[in-house]
Ligand binder design. Structure first.
Ligand SMILES: NC(=O)c1ccc[n+]([C@@H]2O[C@H](COP(=O)([O-])OP(=O)(O)OC[C@H]3O[C@@H](n4cnc5c(N)ncnc54)[C@H](OP(=O)(O)O)[C@@H]3O)[C@@H](O)[C@H]2O)c1
Length: 250
């Protein structure tokens, strides 16, 4: 896909990777809409980029997703790109912590239910555009599960799987299906300071967006580029090493 000349909706686009994607679409001359739950974050992003269009929306809620689609398609009839980027990561041990099921349900809803439902809701509209794309943001952890965030990793593996199927199902239409597979990137994911060790955001975003612009369909960066292309054996060894490092040997 080309980054120029689109009308793009990015979920979770007011911060982190979503905002970095928004900036690159804006720089290329596209119209960009971003949504998120925190109005102050949306306002902050708009102050930084006055041409951004913003919308408060909690993608975990079905009714908010339906309202988002109506707002976006009615106000921006040329909308032709959906970026499913919003996500949360909880570091949790579900077989030890006695937490209410709603916590897990929320993570499933934001990371998996929302992108699948938004693809379904936008599909007809996107098919009517001359050229369109869906970009799903998954994770290197889709390929190498980490036990410190088991629900998160499961949602990302499922979203990768859905993306591959969706690409096939839309292959005879004008809708391209793309996937960004980030490694650990320095953002506020999971809480401020938890991803400080990650790749620099701008270098990551420059690389993946340039490769999408050049026509690639699935792109990683640094270690996630290796993992998305690795063998099952290599990825099992990577996961094992990561878990031993986090939890210590048994
Ligand atoms: N950073 C990494 O290391 C890394 C690695 C692999 C994959 N990823 C993926 O990259 C994507 C972006 O993450 P990030 O690193 O940029 O984290 P981030 O800085 O925390 O950004 C996440 C964004 O999603 C929005 N969001 C969360 N829940 C939402 C909801 N229910 N409805 C609407 N918006 C919601 C947040 O805004 P509000 O809180 O205002 O709603 C925020 O703008 C996620 O899907 C994440 O899983 C990140």
């Amino acid at each position: 896909m080309k980054l120029a000349g689109n009308t793009v909706l990015i979920t979770g686009g007011a911060s982190g990777i979503g905002l970095a994607i928004a900036q690159r679409f804006l720089q290329a001359g596209s119209t960009v809409l971003v949504c998120g739950r925190r109005e102050d974050k949306l306002q902050e992003a708009q102050q930084q980029h006055p041409q951004l269009h913003t919308r408060v929306c909690d993608v975990a809620r079905e009714s908010d997703r339906i309202d988002l689609v109506h707002w976006a398609t009615q106000n921006f009839p040329h909308l032709n790109v959906l970026v499913n980027n919003a996500g949360i990561q909880r570091r949790v041990n579900p077989v030890e912590t006695q937490e209410p099921w709603t916590e897990t349900q929320q993570e499933l809803a934001i990371n998996l239910e929302a992108p699948i439902h938004l693809c379904m809701l936008f599909a007809e509209h996107l098919k009517q555009q001359q050229k369109a794309a869906i970009i799903n943001v998954t994770s290197g952890l889709a390929f190498t599960p980490a036990a410190f965030a088991p629900i998160y990793c499961a949602t990302k593996a499922a979203l990768h799987s859905f993306t591959v199927s969706l690409r096939f199902l839309l292959s005879k239409t004008n809708v391209e299906v793309l996937e960004i597979v980030p490694p650990a990137v320095n953002t506020d994911l999971g809480g401020v300071g938890l991803h400080n060790f990650g790749e620099p955001l701008d270098a990551f975003a420059d690389s993946v967006m340039q490769r999408l612009d050049q026509g690639e369909l699935e792109v990683g960066y640094a270690s996630s580029e290796e993992r998305r292309l690795a063998s099952r054996q290599e990825n099992d060894a990577f996961s094992e090493h990561m878990n031993q490092r986090m939890f210590g040997g048994s």
